[in-house]
Write a protein that binds this ligand. Structure first.
Ligand code: SF4
Length: 415
């Protein structure tokens, strides 16, 4: 009887993809989606903030207190926290992302080990299923060449490199043939796809759109400077979601300098207005409380956010990461102030999202992903959630809905 392995995935969509690669590559063990029956647990960790690290540690404590399945650590946290957790005997093995396709060997080792692997590795695998999902995350790129002063990612994911284009297309052909219609292109710095391989994110998406079964392409977080003229040519394509997530991280020009960001507020605003003019919903990343964020710079940033046609937000309070330039920057901002600013920002963008949904009022093209509390839950072309009542099982279905109610927390409809 094969031993059972449970995969616990933290962090970003790239980690979701990496976990799927491990599940697909595993031959000598069985995947279980039931944690309590697992003989082994693979923790695919995140280390982007202190909070991410403590979530991983408390999860390992949870496993230790509930029966003690063998724990193996991988993901970005393997490079920052792995050695310590191994020394403490809290994990049986630590392996870097580049070793994931050798999952059977990693799980089969008797002695504790630390195998950080190669930070310039490019995956060879082609996944053709996404267990328990109705949409497919496709990793097209890995690593990052930016050097934002607060960020640990380039040190744990390596420099930017693109997956083999033919392998990406083959993967989507197989997943399309398996009934997947929505594809989310993901990576560490997804907009840098194709830089060294004479391709680009825009030309790749055009090729993907030609594949049978592809109905909608979504994109992970891109940088403002990566929305090129070539990219702007595909903005009206029917297969492109009507939502883009464009990472600003801040809207005060001085703060962007402190953070060593490549974007500039004036150009960011022009880009966002162009996209909003085409009906796009727009999301962004934002960090509050980075060192140097004085009251004046915060007020300036909020005045600028007020002007931006934002609808979605992925925001954090600043989290000091040892080894990054920001870790030694002064003056620091107190955690309480950073949190207050985060809430101020979240409230503002939430109100903008509500206004956007009320103003739109048009037909929604929804992929139903799950069911909860009597509702079917899906996301529309603007990446807004909708809760749908129906007597039929809609999970995995596409639904076009004209009549729906717009409430502050979500849209509601009946099919
Ligand atoms: S773009 Fe900046 S924030 Fe994003 S992964 Fe690269 S260094 Fe980190």
């Amino acid at each position: 009887m094969k031993k059972k392995v449970y995969f616990k995935t933290f962090g970003c969509r790239t980690n979701l993809y990496d976990s799927q690669v491990m599940m697909s590559a595993m031959q000598e063990y069985d995947v279980t989606e039931n944690e309590s029956e697992a003989d082994m647990i693979v923790v695919n960790s995140c280390t982007v903030t202190n909070g991410a690290d403590s979530h991983v540690r408390s999860y390992i404590s949870h496993v230790e207190n509930s029966g003690g399945a063998k724990v193996f650590l991988t993901g970005c946290g393997a490079h920052t926290k792995g050695e310590k957790l191994l020394e403490q005997g809290r994990v049986s093995g630590v392996f870097g992302q580049s070793e994931k396709e050798k999952i059977d060997e990693m799980l089969g080792r008797e002695e504790p080990y630390y195998e950080p692997g190669d930070l310039n590795h490019i995956d060879e695998s082609v996944v053709d299923d996404f267990i328990g999902k109705s949409r497919a995350f496709i990793k097209i790129q890995e690593g990052c060449n930016f050097r934002c002063s607060y960020c640990i990612i380039p040190y744990v994911r390596g420099d930017a490199r693109s997956m083999n284009e033919e392998k990406i297309l083959e993967q989507i052909r197989r997943l399309g043939a398996n009934g997947f219609g929505e594809f989310i292109l993901t990576g560490t710095n997804v907009g840098s796809y194709g830089q060294k391989t004479d391709s680009s994110i825009a030309s790749l998406m055009k090729k993907i759109s030609q594949i049978r079964g592809v109905r909608r392409i979504r994109l992970g977080s891109v940088e403002p400077i990566q929305i090129t003229d070539e990219f702007k040519e595909i903005l009206d394509e029917p297969w492109l979601e009507r939502h883009l997530h464009i990472a600003l991280q801040h809207t005060s020009p001085q703060m962007l300098k402190f953070m060593n960001r490549r974007n500039m507020y004036k150009q960011d605003r022009e880009l966002f207005e162009l996209l909003a003019g085409k009906g796009f919903a727009i999301g962004t990343d934002f960090i509050t409380g980075h060192p140097g964020e004085s009251r004046e710079l915060w007020d300036e940033a909020m005045r600028n956010v007020k002007e931006l046609p934002l609808t979605h937000l992925h925001a954090f309070t600043y989290s000091k990461r040892d080894g990054t330039p920001s870790a030694t920057m002064k003056p620091e901002v107190g955690g309480k102030v950073a949190k207050e600013r985060l809430h101020e920002l979240e409230d503002m963008v939430k109100a903008k999202n509500f206004e956007f949904r009320k103003a739109f009022g048009g037909e929604l093209d929804v992929l139903i992903e799950s069911q909860k509390d009597g509702f079917f839950i899906g996301y529309d072309q603007h990446f807004n959630k909708i809760m749908i009542e129906s007597d039929e099982d809609l999970v995995g279905n596409w639904v076009n809905i004209k009549e729906y109610e717009v409430k502050e927390e979500s849209n509601y409809g009946r099919v």
